[in-house]
Design a protein around this ligand. Structure first.
Ligand code: FE
Ligand code: FE
Ligand code: FE
Length: 170
């Protein structure tokens, strides 16, 4: 009996470690993304897509504040770490911008694809931390992170809508 209790305590400690590690990764990712969104906004041709990137820049600032509040709830300092996946996704976005910036017909579609890859990464990451928070009974953190998860999903579907509407026009 005592042994079982020990094991579950240990499992919880490991899950907590994983939770914090993932939160640090996402915080780093969001901070890295701010720069990327500025570049994508500048490179976008249509006003609609520029606006979408501008709006998501502001949302991303809010998401960083939410993450800080989660760290505060856990009694930890809001220290991020470099997210290698975001680094790679943004490097690819820059490559795309360089390659297609002079091709007005293609640049927006290329930017949407790059941005959706970013959103999908974030959706996966927030999906995980929402689940971890739930498993560990961090109700407030769960709700806070869920708000961001929904925002990322909305952004993803907005990008799909923009892609479809501009493709239809063409
Ligand atoms: Fe985000
Ligand atoms: Fe990462
Ligand atoms: Fe996002």
């Amino acid at each position: 009996m005592a042994k079982q209790k020990d094991t579950s305590k240990q499992a919880n400690a490991h899950l907590h470690e994983l939770f914090v590690d993932e939160l640090r990764d996402i915080l780093g990712a969001e901070r890295q993304l701010l720069k990327g969104l500025k570049k994508m906004e500048n490179a976008a041709q249509s006003e609609q897509l520029k606006d979408a990137f501008k709006t998501h820049y502001q949302q991303t600032e809010g998401q960083i504040e939410r993450l800080k509040s989660v760290f505060e709830e856990l009694g930890m300092s809001a220290r991020g770490k470099k997210c290698k996946a975001m680094e790679g996704l943004l490097a690819e976005a820059e490559e795309i911008i360089e390659e297609f910036q002079d091709d007005a017909d293609v640049i927006d579609a290329a930017l949407i694809a790059a941005a959706q890859k970013v959103e999908h990464y974030e959706i996966a990451s927030y999906g995980c931390v929402v689940t971890y928070a739930k498993l560990m009974g961090h109700k407030q953190a769960q709700e806070t992170l869920f708000q961001t998860l929904e925002e990322e999903k909305q952004t993803d579907s907005l990008l799909t809508d923009i892609a479809l509407s501009s493709a239809n026009k063409k």
